[in-house]
Design a protein around this ligand. Sequence first.
Ligand code: HCS
Length: 605
Amino acid sequence: MPDRADLRQVLQERVVVADGAMGTMLQAYDLSLDEFQGHEGCNEILSITRPDVVRAIHKAYFDVGVDAVETNTFGANFANLGEYGISDRIYELSEAGARLAREAADAASTPDRPRFVLGSVGPGTKLPTLGHTTFEILRDAYAENVRGLVDGGADAIIIETTQDLLQTKASVIGAKRALAAAGSTIPIIVSVTVETTGTMLLGSEIGAALTALEPLGIDLIGLNCATGPKEMSEHLRYLSRHSSIPLACMPNAGLPQLTADGAYYPLTPEELADAHETFVESYGLSLVGGCCGTTPEHLRQVVERVGGRAPKVREPKPEAGVASLYQTVPFRQDTSYLSIGERTNANGSKAFKEAMLAEDWEGCVEIARAQIRDGAHLLDLCVDYVGRDGVADMKQIASRLATASTLPIVLDSTEPQVLEAGLAMLGGRCALNSVNFEDGEAPDSRFAKIASLAKEYGAAVVALTIDENGQARTAETKVAIAERLLDTLERDYGIAGHDVLIDTLTFTLATGQEESRRDGIETIEAIRLLKQRRPDVQTVLGLSNISFGLNPAARHVLNSVFLHECVQAGLDSAIVHASRIMPMSKIADDQREAALDLIYDRRRE
Ligand code: HCS
């Protein structure tokens, strides 16, 4: 077999035009129940029983000049085949579909014009966020799907028509595992479906999708299906502004209209070509094609209009942040610090602990909701409690917050398996709280286990300035450990500084002990130094520790004043009880001065 051309390389040189629909093209054939082996509508079986039909569709697209076709495997997944009772045929039908497309691509290729096969991975009907199935079942079934596509000769995997971000993450992680096992490095394209409502089926805005999916290490992101190009334009504009990876778009031939003869797709070939020309020029798309209702004639006109053009150079402004199922939240807030709600914590909140111990899951969710109302930007979730099954508790609470919380979640645990249980429930992008070097950075260390999880699930990381010698106390050691954390995360796990929140940690101030007198000063100085040296990095502080031992009123004052001083020094975010933080204007001068004296060790002897 000759060496196959590298699609990644070609995507840098020219706009790649993919094919149009497979499903709606198949509907034009008069196929018998026998040809579906009794499973009416299961198009993937036609790759076995009517390869001539599938080949003819691929050929029709290559004949009009497209660069790539998608395999007839959109439904070769666990949920779809499961509905026909044939989920044991995932590999067989994936491989067969990819092989047919490979044959067609090889037949159409010339030495200076390679043609490509995009291995289609459809969503199926089971949405893990709604509890229809589990993340793990989906991930492993998608891996099987991708194994067949690779063996059949796909040049890329296209995970398309995705509706649930958790399902999408399961597909990407399953695909990556399958590619790694096969020693394959082919690109992964993810194409989400935004409904006419302006969000994905479960309510995700395009920003949430980008924030959740790009860090998984995918090669392209885009949109397909549900609507025509007009409805996609705003979402593509968003991706164009914020995505650092190349963009794809495969619209339907307009919004389908129901007629007596079935769905009618109104968009003309010329209109599709017009839209793609605008998208390529204005938004810098790299991969264009069509979805339901588009035909070889549609794609002929797209090829004539944009085929072979060099992709426009974009200058995106990515925004580091995390996402709930619904929305993205950038780490950098324009007006203030990023407030991370501390009350959903079994160690820090009596009410939350009691609700959790009573297994009053709705009570736990209510505490989350109260923090959302209080104006938190993210929620810290910690279920660690001696004697409890942390994985089970995390599943109970995270599965509820997955849809109940409009805010992204910071998963907080010392146990990697508890963090992973949360990651497998939450469709957006989480942060993991936390990694440190307490037991080093060897492969069996906690650091390595949690950093690996962050890498695989595309999570951000809270990193604490603790090393093998314990918690750093001086500004200099805090910053030195922070730099080691940042270097190690980047070098060994590919986690960039903008996805790391460094917690310079603070000890309790009012212990009366000599050694704690400078703790406030050292923490503030560490934040200032770190922000000078690494302005790309986020800083965070678990605030409450500073004031342990004081009465509640004094705690609120000290926490608020200390937070103010840290923010002045460059602190980006803090884990706080949002409604208890007082604006400086609400604190009496003498109380504020007393707090500052304590923080800056200005003791009056
Ligand atoms: N590649 C699939 C997408 C359906 S949404 C098809 O049928 O063309």
